[in-house]
Design a protein around this ligand. Structure first.
Ligand SMILES: *Cc1c(COP(=O)(O)O)cnc(C)c1O
Length: 376
């Protein structure tokens, strides 16, 4: 039997009675939009991240577009972001009407390299949007210091890092605003699309709440341009059940990651480009992905597949190299490390309910595939 890349069914089975009861309660209540579970979830997520305010929204994409809109970022403005992320990061900046300015990554963490940010700042720069990729928070102290010096907003893309620790704080509570995703395969996922926005700023929260509801202060009275960005009650009910187990899941993911990294020690002697993920001191990753690097990725991936271990490439191209973005938002700065990563990263199966046998199977397959791929 192959190991699944991510096993959402075993997680559902572990939580089935709780999830089913909560969904049934919403079905019986009739409050399918803006039901009491929405506010309950928002309070619990805010408390869990240590953020003052939380707004549940319809997707991770909305969770980034709405803060940009609320901060008045749009036409003629620039937002500095990483070159290496899922396309939604750059997409939201363009949707808001602004221009993404791509900065290279630190090839050890795959997050934006803070040392390269200042060179990308222009009089048009309004904000920095770092991504906490693969589950590890970006170098937020350095990023916040640059933002402060140049009077910029910081919006953390926490789509992959909900619950991750950064020093004594958590992802989402570190910046002007932050947006996360509850897409099913994200560390905290619902059973459809979903997301949440975090901020400590009361006024910004009020504006974002209005934008979420078609820009209305009260019903049928629209004082600003908005969107339909609500998260439905059933998804909130599912997330309330999942949140009860989330801290355990993060621990489980960390144990699996430690087992992988310990078992892969020495593989860099076989493939000099082989590397296991580096988690910086003071960080705790939530392991949205466990991503290694190899020289011959195609051969490595094929061999893993043959051995019953599926893998995925996050991401095969940098954002500014994607066809639409290359044409409309070309990169201005050197992105050598991001392009290198796009050629060499590969993610292994990672989910909290992975059994010891499944982990052993992944480890054995990776060792064999590394040996195989250097000779291919
Ligand atoms: C998933 C993801 C998003 C978008 O979230 P959706 O819920 O799919 O809209 C944004 N940024 C990153 C880094 C992501 O991984």
């Amino acid at each position: 039997m192959s190991v699944p890349f991510i096993d959402l069914k075993s997680q559902y089975n572990a939580l089935k009675s709780n999830i089913d009861a909560r969904i049934q309660k919403v079905l019986d209540s009739g409050a399918y939009i803006n039901g009491p579970e929405v506010a309950e979830l928002e309070q619990k997520l805010a408390a869990h991240t240590g953020s003052k305010y939380c707004l549940a929204v319809a997707s991770g994409t909305d969770a980034l577009v709405i803060p940009l809109m609320a901060l008045g970022i749009g036409q003629g403005d620039e937002v500095i972001t990483t070159a290496f992320s899922f396309i939604a990061t750059a997409e939201t900046i363009v949707l808001a009407g602004a221009t993404p300015v791509y900065v290279d990554i630190d090839p050890k963490t795959f997050n934006i390299d803070p040392k390269k940010i200042e060179a990308a700042i222009t009089p048009k720069t309004k904000a920095i949007m770092p991504v906490s990729l693969y589950g590890q928070v970006a170098d937020m102290e350095e990023i916040n210091a640059i933002a402060k010096k140049h009077n910029l907003f910081v919006i953390e893309d926490t789509a992959q890092s909900y619950g991750a620790k950064y020093k004594d704080k958590k992802s989402g509570a570190l910046t002007t605003a932050a947006g996360t995703s509850f897409y099913p395969a994200k560390p905290l996922g619902c059973y459809g699309d979903g997301g949440a926005i975090f901020t400590n700023d009361e006024n910004l929260n009020k504006i974002m709440k209005e934008i979420r509801e078609h820009g209305s202060e009260k019903r049928y009275y629209h004082t600003r341009l908005g969107v339909n960005g609500r998260l439905d009650t059933i998804q909130c009910a599912i997330l309330l059940a999942k949140l009860e187990r989330y801290d355990w899941e993060v621990e489980a993911r960390n144990k699996i990651a430690t087992n992988f990294s310990t078992s892969f020690a020495g593989l860099e002697k076989v493939d000099p480009m082989f590397s296991t993920p580096l988690v910086k001191q003071g960080n705790q990753s939530v392991w949205a992905q466990y991503t290694v690097t190899v020289t011959n990725r195609d051969a490595f991936q094929k061999k893993c597949q043959e051995l019953g271990v599926p893998t995925t490439v996050h991401y095969p191209m940098t954002m500014p190299d994607q066809p639409w973005y290359a044409k409309n938002t070309p990169q201005r700065h050197d992105i050598t490390h991001a392009r290198w990563a796009a050629q060499h990263v590969i993610s292994l199966p990672m989910f909290p309910d992975m059994t010891a046998e499944q982990q052993a199977k992944v480890i054995a397959a990776v060792k064999t595939a590394v040996e195989f791929s250097v000779k291919a």
